[in-house]
Design a protein around this ligand. Structure first.
Ligand code: ZN
Length: 938
């Protein structure tokens, strides 16, 4: 039973338009944004925003990407992006990263960049602006990125290895096939030959001068946008930006930035590819279409078009989801989308993605495409449109309700899109009335017409891309055959669509309400109610998010109560229950029933508990309680939907072995626990052993007794309503007064050192390694922090040594936490995950040990500790304004008597390098260490 609704996350990025009367009036940029263009052509956006407080985002977006590379530069746009972190005029060597980490800006997490075909974007995020000098330094960094990279030979040579490892790590079956197919999918175009990762032959060998050429040619003010959003003074910021960037010289006779056009195709294009590591067959049918020129996007018509399209997509995807939930369909999944045509921003495509079941390729493609064509032929229905309308309006209301708490991040994204792609950004106050009217006035004819424009009933601009596993006994589907299937589907007439809805009320009748029998204050500003049936409620009203109420519920019990044959059932529990309906409603009917509501409730079963998690918009609080109430009823047995989900699982499992990493997680479990009888390794044939009846029985058993349940609510609710609903929906839940406790399943981690090393054939040779240290640890705030900080300090060291010095990895990290074992005992676990260069994997693992041992013997320099402290303190200030933090802290306190919130900041400050040394020494001495490593087979 999964009540998670399909939210229509309609991004405001593509906003802009007004009501029908003012059609074509251009939309202006949000007046709250200070916008300007300097003499040299550099554009800037500045916006004050207080969420989160005392922080700001610093971005530079560039209309530059791999598309501008010449043949001998393939991969250098991305290489250049890396060089921005390896030496600039004001931040030589690696001092840029070091400086930012010192003020709590974490490399990789807050400090990052990406390069794509048409753009490159750099960000310094969550900068604590109260740190003296932070604002000036961040502007200086943006300045250096725009114009003052050192690009020293030695640093360039050091980075070649890192990028080679990034290529290795990101190489996958789908990437390889895509790269091979792209020149055929976009023929006669540079778009087909400019995947940003580039060619390793270039990365390994290029002459540094070639990189500098690219840099000087394309990194220039007329293609750059500076964006600063956050808790700052706009006037001051504008002066600073002018001061910092005005002296950069305007490009003389700059080469024009041309956006390549993608040609239409009169004849269909069909490409079929295979790879030995591909696990599923996937068919993508694309209908190319023109896109709005950037210069016309600030018009009403653009917005109308977007909304009509989004609504059409929602409806066709609802139809496909309904169809997928039927057991006997020949496909495991199908969905539609609309966006850029593959990698090209100058061409759009409506696309249909189909995942056929094994051996049912023809039927799958025909049936899904017939459904796509049916909507073109007969249109959508009024009842479908009404549900989508309700969902869109509801999302809009929710966003507007929370308008004071819009995140810096989401505003930055709007301005980046405004700069790079001309997406309008008129601001929430302008968008709200415009959207409201459009949503309410849109007609079925408009949505149908929009869809018709997408789905052409001919071969013009049709592109079919098929990927499949390359294995013995499997015939490769030919490109011609795939095309023929799509063409055949056009003549299948399914007749008009019948929209099936279930009109019954969610709850037919309720028992007499129960009572709140006791009220008392709880820690952290919560209140506790005891209800007449034994249920406990903890709640705290907050205004962190105006549009949010978060709910968690838990009860001692969990999977520990079951063993033997039931263990297999438990492994499929979530899928099966997720596909089942809820009292009287199939899952698909429920989604329709909840149109216009923002609410979700999902049950879970963990090792030690059963419970529910979910939340709602405050206006849907009542529905949240109704869904909770229904969770304690018998789920709706939907054999068809469950068979459909199990078929999907079977498809995935059957071909999984083509993926060299398929056994990795199982190996990690064995390294930690040995061959413990409770460990179940999922095999395809186990799907046939799933017993739906038994799973429902387990569900009923777990949720038969609410008397030992605790419900926690945190957020922006009305307390009187919460009281009334608690008495009506929670105090009436069934109570058996069972006394359950978590069961110790004796799943203890092995003592001592254990490692599993094995090899698999691979297309791209790579090594994957996990190393974990663990042992018992008393739970208190100090231990928790020392443990966590040690993990982060080690992460920084590993990046310095294994990535930067050795070039043995692209991304790796350590994390360490205190958790509860099934025996209810606290335990630390320090874990490192690293994709490694195979030849250097032994030495990299050795470094992991040496660095830990080093700290255990000699401690670590203060500078490392202080970086992590700054980051934790900054993050804490943000987390204290999140409902989940308070709920979690209360639960930890109630369970283990440990207060992890009060004095948190003081506790962070008080951690010393000696605390870290002791923690490391303890880990080193315990010496419980598990390692799993997979290598490429010779
Ligand atoms: Zn990279």
């Amino acid at each position: 039973m999964n009540f998670r609704k399909l939210f229509t996350a309609f991004a405001f990025v593509c906003a802009g338009v007004s009501s029908a009367q003012t059609v074509s009036a251009p939309l202006t940029l949000d007046p709250a944004v200070r916008y300007g263009v300097l003499e040299n052509g550099l554009t800037y956006y500045i916006r004050k925003n207080n969420y989160p407080e005392k922080q700001a985002e610093f971005y530079i977006a560039q209309k530059v990407g791999s598309i501008q590379e010449e043949e001998e530069q393939r991969g250098l746009a991305h290489f250049l992006e890396h060089m921005c972190f390896n030496g600039t005029e004001h931040f030589p060597g690696n001092s840029l990263v070091k400086y930012l980490e010192r003020i709590g800006v974490k490399f990789g997490e807050n400090l990052n960049a990406y390069t794509s075909i048409d753009e490159t974007v750099y960000n310094i995020s969550s900068v604590p602006v109260t740190q003296p000098g932070a604002i000036d330094s961040c502007l200086l960094i943006l300045h250096d990125w725009s114009n003052a990279l050192l690009l020293e030979n030695e640093e360039i040579d050091k980075e070649r290895g890192v990028i080679h490892e990034e290529w290795r790590m990101s190489s996958s079956a789908s990437k390889r096939m895509f790269e091979r197919s792209l020149p055929k999918l976009i023929p006669d175009s540079r778009y087909g030959l400019r995947m940003p990762i580039g060619l390793m032959s270039v990365v390994d060998n290029f002459d540094p001068k070639v990189l500098r050429d690219y840099y000087h040619r394309w990194y220039r003010p007329d293609l750059q946008g500076i964006i600063v959003v956050g808790d700052i003074n706009v006037d001051e910021m504008e002066q600073k930006i002018k001061k910092t960037f005005s002296h950069i010289k305007k490009a003389v006779n700059p080469e024009p930035r041309v956006y390549l056009q993608v040609a239409d195709n009169a004849q269909p294009i069909s490409v079929s590819e295979q790879d030995p590591e591909q696990t599923l067959t996937v068919v993508q049918v694309m209908f190319k279409h023109n896109v709005w020129p950037d210069s016309l996007k600030n018009k009403v018509e653009y917005f109308l078009d977007k909304v009509q399209g989004s609504m059409a997509l929602s409806i066709i995807n609802e139809r496909l989801a309904d169809l997928t939930s039927k057991a006997d369909v020949p496909f495991a999944g199908a969905s539609c989308g609309d966006g850029n045509f593959l990698v090209a921003k100058t061409k759009g495509a409506f696309d249909v993605t189909i995942v056929p079941k094994d051996g049912m390729l023809d039927e799958a493609v025909k049936q899904v495409m017939a459904e796509v064509y049916r909507a073109d032929r007969y249109g959508f229905t009024e009842s479908e449109l009404e549900r989508v309308r309700a969902n869109f309006i509801s999302s809009l209301e929710s966003i507007y309700q929370n308008k004071e708490k819009i995140q810096n991040q989401s505003l930055v994204n709007e301005y980046v899109q405004h700069f790079l792609n001309g997406e309008p950004s008129p601001g929430i106050e302008a968008e709200y009335p415009l959207f409201s009217e459009i949503y309410r006035s849109i007609t079925l004819d408009q949505v149908n017409a929009r869809y018709k424009q997408w789905v052409a009933n001919n071969d013009t601009n049709l592109v079919v891309y098929t990927v499949s596993p390359q294995k013995e006994g499997v015939v490769k589907p030919t490109a011609e055959h795939m095309l023929q299937l799509v063409q055949e589907a056009r003549s299948i007439d399914l007749g008009a669509y019948q929209d099936e809805v279930n009109d019954r009320p969610l709850i037919a009748s309720l028992p007499e309400p129960g009572k709140i029998v006791k009220e008392r204050p709880e820690r952290f500003g919560f209140t506790e109610w005891r209800l007449s049936n034994g249920v406990k409620v903890w709640f705290k009203k907050t205004d962190y998010q105006a549009n949010e109420v978060v709910m968690r519920a838990f009860s001692p019990g969990g999977t520990g109560y079951y063993s033997g044959d039931d263990l297999i059932q438990l492994n499929f529990f979530n899928e099966v229950i997720g596909a089942s309906g809820v009292s009287g409603f199939k899952q698909t009917e429920l989604a329709k029933k909840l149109a216009g509501k923002q609410v979700s409730v999902a049950p879970y079963l963990s090792g030690r508990r059963e419970g529910l998690q979910g939340g709602a918009n405050p206006k849907d609080l009542k529905t949240l309680f109704e869904l909770i109430y229904l969770s304690f009823q018998e789920p709706y047995r939907d054999d068809e939907a469950v068979a459909s989900v199990l078929n999907q699982v079977r498809e995935v499992l059957r071909n999984r072995e083509a993926d060299p990493m398929h056994a990795f997680n199982d190996s990690v479990s064995v390294a930690l626990y040995g061959h413990h009888p409770r460990l179940v390794f999922i095999r395809p044939e186990m799907v046939d052993q799933v017993n739906y009846g038994r799973i429902l029985e387990i569900y009923k058993e777990r949720f038969a007794d609410a008397s030992d349940f605790t419900f926690v609510f945190c957020g922006n609710f009305d307390e009187d309503s919460l009281r009334a609903y608690s008495e009506k929906y929670l105090a009436t839940l069934p109570a058996l007064y069972r006394k359950e406790k978590p069961v110790d399943t004796k799943m203890y981690k092995l003592k001592g050192e254990h490692s599993i090393v094995y090899s698999e054939p691979m297309q791209t040779p790579q090594c994957q390694a996990v190393r974990a240290w663990y042992g018992p640890l008393k739970l208190n705030l100090k231990n928790k922090l020392a443990c966590e900080i040690l993990g982060q300090v080690l992460s920084i060291r590993y990046v310095e040594v294994i990535r930067e010095e050795m070039g043995a990895a692209y991304s790796l990290g350590a994390s360490s936490r205190v958790n509860m074992t099934t025996a209810d005992k606290p335990e630390y676990m320090l874990q490192i995950f690293a994709p490694l260069k195979p030849e250097l994997s032994d030495s990299a693992l050795q470094v992991m040990d040496e660095e830990l041992h080093q700290i255990a013997e000699h401690g670590i320099a203060d500078s490392y500790l202080n970086k992590v402290k700054e980051f934790l303190l900054k993050s804490a200030r943000e987390q204290f304004k999140q409902n989940g933090t308070w709920m979690g802290a209360l639960c930890t306190y109630k369970d283990y008597g440990v207060d992890v919130l009060t004095d948190y900041e003081k506790a962070v400050e008080s951690i010393t390098t000696d605390d870290l040394r002791k923690m490391a020494a303890r880990i080193w001495k315990d010496h419980n260490k598990a390692t799993v490593k997979i290598l490429p087979a010779e």
